[in-house]
Write a protein that binds this ligand. Structure first.
Ligand code: ADP
Ligand code: MG
Length: 220
C-alpha cells in the first residue's frame, strides 16, 4: 500500500545542510500496525511528513498503491491524501473558526459528500469522550481535547492508513486509554497505522516496531 524506498530528507543547503532522514525504506500493507519510537530530533515527524506527501523528499520515493506521490499533480495528490490517508499532527492543527464537530467533518467537505458524515463525526467524538464538546471552538478546548478532535478528524473519511505523530503526547492516562481502544478498533476494521509515540504501551500495539536514530529507521 505505502512503500518508502531509499528515502532521504536534507534541510538547508551547503555547509548548513543537515540530514533529517537517511535512506529509509519501509512497506506498510493493508491493516498493518507500525509503531516508531525515537529521541526528539531523530527525524520521526519528517519521516511521517514524507510518508504522507506533505513534504517532498530530497531523494528516494514514496509510493501509494504503486503510484509515486511526487509523480502526481497537486490535485491528484490532495485527492489521494483526502480519501486514503488520515493525519494526526504533532502540534495543534484545528481551524480556530470552526467548531469541534465542523473540524471533524472538514475532510468530508473537501472529499466525497456523504449524508451520514455528521452522524459518524458524532460517533467518533463520542468514542473519544468529546461529544458534549462538539459545538465548542478550538480556543475553548484544552490541548488534550483539541488533540482528540484531531484524532476524530483523521478517521472521518475511513482512511486506508492513519499517520499519527505523538497523538497522546498531551493526554492523561484515561484519555490515552480511549485513544488506544479506538486505534485498536479501527485497526481491526482494516485501517493501517503508522504511529510515532513515546508511550511504550501504545508502541506495543505495533506488530512492526521500529525506532529512529539520527535519521535512520531501524528495528526497535
Ligand atoms: P522528531 O520528530 O523525531 O523530533 P524532526 O523530524 O522534527 O524530529 O526533526 C529532525 C531534525 O530535522 C531535527 O534536527 C530538526 O531540528 C530538523 N528539522 C526539522 N524540521 C526542520 C526544518 N523545517 N528546517 C530545518 N531543520 C529542520
Ligand atoms: Mg516530532
Amino acid at each position: 500500500m505505502i512503500e518508502l524506498e531509499g528515502l532521504c530528507k536534507h534541510y538547508g543547503t551547503g555547509g548548513r545542510r543537515m540530514t533529517a532522514v537517511e535512506d529509509a525504506s519501509l512497506h506498510v500493507g493493508p491493516g498493518d500496525f507500525v509503531s516508531i519510537m525515537g529521541h526528539s530530533g531523530s527525524g520521526k515527524t519528517t519521516l511521517l511528513s514524507l510518508m504522507g506527501g506533505l513534504m517532498r523528499p530530497t531523494a528516494g520515493t514514496v509510493r501509494m498503491d504503486g503510484v509515486d506521490l511526487w509523480g502526481m499533480d497537486d490535485r491528484g495528490l490532495a485527492r489521494l491524501r483526502n480519501r486514503r490517508m488520515g493525519f494526526v499532527y504533532q502540534f495543534a492543527s484545528l481551524i480556530p473558526t470552526l467548531t469541534a464537530l465542523e473540524n471533524v467533518m472538514l475532510p468530508v467537505v473537501f472529499g466525497v459528500p456523504s449524508p451520514d458524515a455528521r452522524e459518524r463525526a458524532l460517533e467518533l467524538l463520542s468514542a473519544l469522550g468529546m461529544v458534549e464538546r462538539a459545538d465548542a471552538f478550538p480556543g475553548q478546548l484544552s490541548g488534550g481535547e483539541q488533540r482528540r478532535v484531531a484524532i476524530a478528524r483523521s478517521f472521518i473519511n475511513g482512511p486506508a492508513v492513519v499517520l499519527a505523530d505523538e497523538p497522546t503526547g498531551d493526554l492523561d492516562e484515561e484519555t490515552e486509554g480511549e485513544v488506544f481502544e479506538l486505534f485498536r478498533r479501527m485497526n481491526q476494521q482494516g485501517a493501517a497505522f503508522v504511529l510515532v509515540t513515546h508511550s511504550r504501551e501504545l508502541a506495543a500495539l505495533g506488530r512492526v516496531r521500529l525506532r529512529m536514530d539520527h535519521g535512520r529507521l531501524l528495528e526497535a
